[in-house]
Write a protein that binds this ligand. Structure first.
Ligand SMILES: Cc1cc2nc3c(=O)[nH]c(=O)nc-3n(C[C@H](O)[C@H](O)[C@H](O)COP(=O)(O)OP(=O)(O)OC[C@H]3O[C@@H](n4cnc5c(N)ncnc54)[C@H](O)[C@@H]3O)c2cc1C
Ligand code: FES
Length: 244
């Protein structure tokens, strides 16, 4: 369920060249799912900026975001005060129980996968992780993955690697997968293996909560709003050409 509230900026720190961690504090107790996102109202902008949940506790929400344009630039300069936030946006991942699964992320698309990995582990899944970045200095979440005690591999474009090559090299293409990252990465991942899986899609959004139809997407057998019925869709229903 959507909830609009003002949350206090507890932390807004730089993780690397262009990536920041934002922690908001308040009464954030709500039934939230990994893969859901929040619409963050950056002062001076009428439209919210959609950011995926990177962590959620009873009194904090964590986001990890990359500088993209004017809104995220202004956001990165805020160190205190309140932000208006709409939480509970989108459907979130469907969490498997007691299964062996592969979690694949690319770039800033790795952000929503941390709470997913936690939830999968809590539900008895054996989880393996492949995260890809453009170069080493962009690496995210190494410490967190170590702490979660999951096997993980990082790939770097600058070293001629990528997540799909790594998946095939490790012979993991038959595992049920969860993916979030650049669209070409997810399309290639879906093509490379026979296994089923879930992909979290990204697109430019207007309202972010289903009202403007600005994020409509034609799937194989239905149309959907990425912000409302998505952003997570089953591999089998996505028509990649409709996203390009
Ligand atoms: C469901 C979802 C989850 C996301 N999660 C994250 C995350 O966890 N971390 C992160 O760094 N980025 C995430 N993004 C992308 C992020 O929303 C954009 O980078 C951000 O809105 C850009 O805003 P800007 O003002 O800096 O850029 P500008 O290009 O100046 O933005 C102009 C307008 O376009 C919209 N917009 C621009 N790029 C995007 C985009 N890629 N997706 C949606 N709207 C966009 C903005 O909301 C704004 O209305 C997510 C996007 C979606 C759809
Ligand atoms: S962004 Fe308005 S309906 Fe999805």
């Amino acid at each position: 369920m959507l909830k609009t509230q003002k949350l206090k900026i507890k932390e807004n720190t730089r993780l690397n060249d262009n990536t920041y961690k934002l922690v908001l504090q308040g009464n954030t107790a709500q039934d939230l799912q990994p893969g859901q996102f929040a619409e963050i109202r950056v002062p001076g902008f009428s439209l919210g900026r959609p950011l995926s949940l990177n962590g959620f506790e009873n009194d904090t929400l964590t986001f990890v975001y990359r500088l993209a344009g004017k809104g995220t630039k202004v956001l990165s300069g805020l160190t205190d005060g309140d932000l208006e936030v709409i939480t509970g946006c989108g459907n979130g991942f469907d969490i498997k129980k007691n299964s062996h699964v592969l979690v694949v992320g690319g770039g800033i698309g790795t952000a929503p996968l941390l709470p997913l990995i936690r939830a999968l582990k809590e539900n008895g899944c054996e989880v393996e992780v492949i995260f890809g970045f453009r170069e080493r200095k962009e690496t995210l979440f190494e410490k967190e993955l170590q702490e979660m005690n999951v096997p993980f591999w990082f790939t770097y474009d600058s070293e001629g690697e990528n997540v799909v090559k790594k998946m095939l090299e490790l012979k993991k293409e038959d595992l049920y997968f969860y993916a979030c990252g650049p669209l070409p990465m997810m399309a290639a991942l879906c093509d490379a293996g026979q296994a089923s899986g879930q992909c979290s899609l990204e697109t430019r959004m207007g309202c972010g909560f289903g009202a403007c139809m600005g994020c409509s997407l034609q799937l194989k057998e239905r149309s959907a709003r990425i912000c409302k019925e998505g952003p997570v869709f089953m591999k089998e229903e996505i028509v990649w050409q409709n996203l390009r």
